[in-house]
Design a protein around this ligand. Structure first.
Ligand code: SF4
Ligand code: SF4
Ligand code: FES
Length: 236
């Protein structure tokens, strides 16, 4: 396989971005595998033979479990460790655009973790098992907080309003569905309405983008039902 790999690079948060291309020749591989192969070269040079710094990117698992390798791959947010390339052509890699760039393809996703912390998503007591709703709660727990759904959300930006995007309803469901303590449930619902429901334009751009194939629309509907419309059919 012969591939022209172009990377949108940035030396540090203050430096201007630029593009640099590399030639990759080898077997089909994941995007993560291709970046690693390029970075393993001694005296790395770009496609023009000019000396180049190793490409900055990050990974924690290589198994679609940590979200660290999220980036824009040929125009679509995805995970480098689970996107397979096997045909000649061009590959364009860029950092997620909605988060501050740390270096090259590495971004700072702290906003996601902070917004989930603020949402008070913990249980005051052990949760019971409920077979009927277990599948949805299991889906909710599989969010790896990669940020791909925020990248395509027309309402999400790192502004003053602290809008959470779909990450909040996806994760809120499994907690709000089980919490029995009324004051805590009230706190969860209040923050949910402030950080998600009042800002969501319901475009559902987030629905088909999740690299973990989570049923994002279904979880938004279920979280709205509990947190906004106070419908909790499955209450113990
Ligand atoms: S819902 Fe999917 S796309 Fe969004 S942060 Fe979670 S895993 Fe990533
Ligand atoms: S439905 Fe639209 S506005 Fe709401 S979280 Fe999804 S992409 Fe964003
Ligand atoms: S390296 Fe963990 S999700 Fe890709």
């Amino acid at each position: 396989m012969k591939l022209k790999v172009t990377v949108k690079r940035q030396k540090d948060p203050q430096s201007p971005p630029y593009e640099q291309s590399f030639l990759y020749q080898g077997e089909g591989a994941t995007v993560a595998g291709i970046i690693r192969k390029i970075n393993q070269r001694e005296n790395l040079t770009d496609i023009n033979g000019e000396p180049a710094e190793k490409i900055g990117w990050e990974c924690g698992c290589m198994l679609r479990k940590c979200g660290a390798c999220a980036m824009i791959i040929n125009g679509r947010p995805s995970l480098a460790c689970s996107q397979y390339i096997e045909a000649d052509g061009e590959l364009f890699l860029a950092p997620l655009s909605k988060f501050p760039v740390v270096r090259d393809l590495i971004v700072d996703r702290e906003h996601i973790f902070k917004s989930l912390y603020k949402a008070a998503l913990w249980l005051d007591e052990n949760m019971g098992y409920d077979e009927e709703h277990h599948a949805a709660r299991f889906s909710s727990s599989n969010c790896i907080m990669c940020g791909c759904c925020l990248e395509v959300c027309p309402e999400f930006s790192l502004g003053e309003d602290n809008y959470s995007g779909a990450v909040l309803p996806v994760n809120s469901y499994r907690i709000a569905d089980r919490e029995e303590e009324p004051q805590h449930l009230k706190q969860i619902s209040k923050q949910y309405q402030k950080a998600f429901f009042s800002g969501c334009g319901q475009s559902l751009s987030c629905n088909k983008i999740c690299p973990c194939n989570l049923p994002v629309e279904e979880l938004i509907v279920k979280s709205n039902a509990i947190n906004v419309w106070k419908r909790r059919k499955n209450k113990k």
